[in-house]
Ligand binder design. Structure first.
Ligand code: GLU
Length: 388
């Protein structure tokens, strides 16, 4: 498969061949429940794009919101367990809606439910990718959501903005479109009644851009707010993929966007993007422990792009096997420097940390690698803001 086309202007969107579109709960549902007319409108737009030769992958929220209007309300606050129960009923309504709306255009919906664990494991990640690519060969429209009913807190993506960006990356999309119920990223929070200017293009998701998104919450049914949307766009930019945050209620938003119309906020891809595997390592892999490294190693890793040697490891926590992801922490300042795949399991690392690589064989009786983490299996967060 050819690599995603890297383009910097909206006019170039016309040349794109694969787009991942995330649709937020507030578009999918209204106060009464599933807003079928919106699903129908969006399906018509998907059909239009497909006729122009584009593949479309949908990441659809709305299970919790739709289920909430279907099940008996229990007293007390909206707990996580209640949300999981709502999602069980709502996912059925959601997929029935998509099936009906897409089939009106002779398009076949295909449901994929994922947990964070599915994408954290490199093998399962590849399996998910292959299924997705096969579905697209079969001309189906994948409709993806988090498997809310089984995902426990520690296994959760957290929000569909994060899930959507991981799917966009997994599918090697040319563009990620995040549809919500406001027009894009504003200079200030527009919900205070003022009319701040809409930001039409973001060159880099710097800490000040993230600050504009605020840390505010999304709707009670959805989980993300503008912060998770901008963070997801920043992560994709580092991967070399452009994104747009736009209003899903705008008429014909998808074809108009793909025609290059200036709707929403366009996040430009980074000049020196990270490869797909490093993107996975940075954002999908789940670290099993933390390695504390000394100042010399920290400098070698961050400034010189070197591998991590046993000598630079001062300590660690967690239980991990060879090949697991671990976070690398500066033992002086406590800053998280990056993530890497470790070559030695924790009991062996305990024996060799602080020692020279030449000593490994004498200590363990074998030496399958001189490095604790090889630079090829390492991601340094040179720009911590986008990976916060
Ligand atoms: N997966 C949730 C749902 O379908 C939504 C989570 C989100 O929008 O961030 O209801």
């Amino acid at each position: 498969m050819p690599p995603p086309i890297q383009m910097h202007s909206r006019a170039d969107f016309r040349k794109f061949r694969r787009v991942t579109v995330k649709i937020g709960s507030r578009i999918i549902c209204n106060d009464q429940g599933l807003a079928y007319d919106r699903l129908r409108a969006l399906s018509g737009q998907v059909d239009l794009l497909r006729r122009r030769g584009m593949e479309v992958i949908l990441v659809s929220s709305g299970a919790v919101a739709a289920g909430r209007r279907k099940l008996k309300e229990l007293p007390g606050p909206l707990t996580y367990r209640k949300k999981q129960a709502y999602a069980a009923a709502g996912q059925v309504a959601l997929m029935t809606g998509w099936e009906k709306a897409l089939s009106a255009h002779d398009l076949q919906a295909a449901q994929i439910l994922l947990t964070a664990d599915d994408l954290a494991d490199r093998h399962r990640f590849i399996h998910a990718k292959n299924t997705l690519l096969t579905l697209m060969e079969m001309k189906a429209v994948p409709v993806i959501n988090e498997n809310d009913t089984v995902a426990l807190d520690e296994l959760k993506f957290g929000d569909n903005d994060t899930l959507g960006s991981l799917v966009a990356s997994l599918a090697e999309s040319d563009l990620f479109v995040n549809l919500t119920d406001i027009d894009g990223l504003y200079d200030r929070d527009p919900r205070d009644g003022s009319q701040p200017p809409l930001i039409t293009a973001v060159e880099r998701v710097s800490p000040s851009v993230l600050a504009k998104a605020g840390r505010r919450e999304g709707s009670p049914d959805g989980t993300g707010g503008m912060y998770t949307k901008v963070r997801a766009a920043g992560r994709l930019a580092e991967r070399g993929m452009p994104s747009v945050i736009a209003n899903g209620l705008t008429r014909d938003v998808l074809p108009r966007l793909m025609d290059g119309e200036e709707l929403g906020t366009h996040f430009l891809p980074a000049d020196k993007p990270r490869g797909a595997r490093k993107h996975w390592l940075a954002f999908a892999a789940r670290p099993k422990g933390r390695l504390l490294v000394d100042a010399g190693a920290a400098m070698a890793l961050v400034d010189q792009g070197k591998s991590l040697l046993p000598k630079g490891v001062r300590g660690f926590d967690g239980l991990f096997a060879a090949g697991d992801a671990v976070t690398i922490v500066d033992s002086d300042g406590g800053a998280e420097l990056g993530v890497g795949l470790v070559n030695y399991p924790s009991p062996e690392l305990r024996s060799i940390m602080g020692r020279r690589s030449q000593e490994i064989e004498g200590i363990l009786g074998f030496c399958h690698s001189e490095e604790v983490i090889h630079r090829d299996n390492l991601v340094i967060f040179a720009k911590p803001a986008a990976s916060a």
